[in-house]
Design a protein around this ligand. Structure first.
Ligand code: ATP
Ligand code: MG
Length: 308
């Protein structure tokens, strides 16, 4: 199936001369949830803004469902909903009027039932007659989402949708994203909560300094780059790791009571059996052990470090 969005050699140099995107190539598949991760200033919002037709690229192209984002802007934008990172809404309008108006902007015929459904899904129906300025920060963010969904987009961009929202709303949001995906909506989200990407995404893209460092299926990524660790609680503390064990990937805690062995999560041969044998040969006994696996967060941090 052809990608719903195709991005080719996309570059953006701002008027200041700053190169925010340095040649991005990316295919976004229909119906997937893609999480874009990257440190502050990596270029995530810039990328989203170019794809949504808000910022002009310096070079390269974006095709949305067959429509060129610059040459065929209206058709391309109709298919896209954007929840921007920054809150800016018409403070004096009511929730209902804002969302209805937003639908109209995209040339869609009036559909009060759809607007009502969106507001109910986001627990905003009770607030429909409130002015935006009377809402809390989290509610304003929900209004942005309602606006983005008002014209029934095929592709939804969520730029840090859960920044500054409470735990409950975050979970509501995840639910909503899943429901949208079930209906076939493609979703691209950015987040600094890596657990959110771990929970939601089908694929992970990592951006650093204007470059796409990696795009990979989430499960594959975690298998490929994930490490496992085995921590051994020693019977008696060690001053240092004996020289006879220096060839092993071992680390001793500062207080000398814990030895940690790191191994490849996908390898068949973990090396644990020989490790235990060699420890006992050295007279090192342990009273407890536990294993752990690296999270997406660990993987992300090491990727960004490496690319820097
Ligand atoms: N209008 C602009 N003019 C000049 N530079 C800009 C402009 N907008 C963004 N930049 C710069 O481009 C870089 C990328 O910014 P962008 O907002 O895309 O980052 P981001 O990955 O979304 O970061 P964050 O996680 O903080 O939201 C930053 O160095 C930023 O200062
Ligand atoms: Mg941003």
């Amino acid at each position: 199936m052809p990608a719903v969005i195709t991005i080719r050699n996309l570059r953006k140099t701002y008027a200041s001369g700053f190169e925010a995107l340095k040649g991005i190539d990316l295919d976004i598949e229909r119906g997937e949830i893609l999480a874009l991760l990257g440190p502050n200033g990596a270029g995530k919002t810039t990328l989203i803004s170019v794809v949504c037709g808000i910022v002009n690229p310096s070079d390269g192209e974006v095709i949305v469902d067959g429509h060129h984002i610059q040459r065929d802007c209206r058709e391309a934008r109709k298919r896209i909903g954007l929840v921007p990172q920054e809150l800016s809404t018409d403070a004096f309008e009511t929730v209902l009027a804002t969302v209805k108006f937003s639908r109209g902007l995209f040339g869609k015929p009036r559909n009060d039932a759809h607007v009502e459904q969106v507001l109910r899904d986001l627990s905003l129906w009770d607030k429909r007659n409130s002015k935006i300025m009377q809402l809390s920060g989290g509610m304003k963010r929900r209004v942005l989402i309602a606006k983005a969904l008002s014209h029934e987009p095929d592709v939804l961009f969520l730029d840090e949708p859960t920044a500054g929202v409470d735990v409950e709303l975050r979970h509501d949001m995840w639910q909503m994203v899943r429901r949208l995906r079930e209906r076939g909506t493609t979703i691209i989200l950015t987040t600094h909560y890596i657990e959110e990407a771990e929970e939601m995404a089908d694929r992970i893209g990592v951006i650093n300094k204007g470059e796409l460092v990696l795009v990979e299926d989430k499960a594959k990524l975690m298998r490929k780059l994930g490490k496992k660790q085995l921590a051994l609680q020693l019977q008696s503390p060690l001053e240092s790791i004996p020289a006879a064990l220096h060839d092993l990937p071992l680390e001793l805690s500062k207080d000398g009571t814990t030895l940690t062995y790191t191994f490849d999560a996908q390898s068949d041969d973990t090396g644990i059996a020989p490790l235990l044998k060699r420890l006992s040969e050295q007279g090192i006994d342990f009273k407890d052990l536990h294993s752990s696996e690296s999270s997406l967060e660990d993987i992300f941090v090491s990727l960004v470090r490496k690319s820097a």
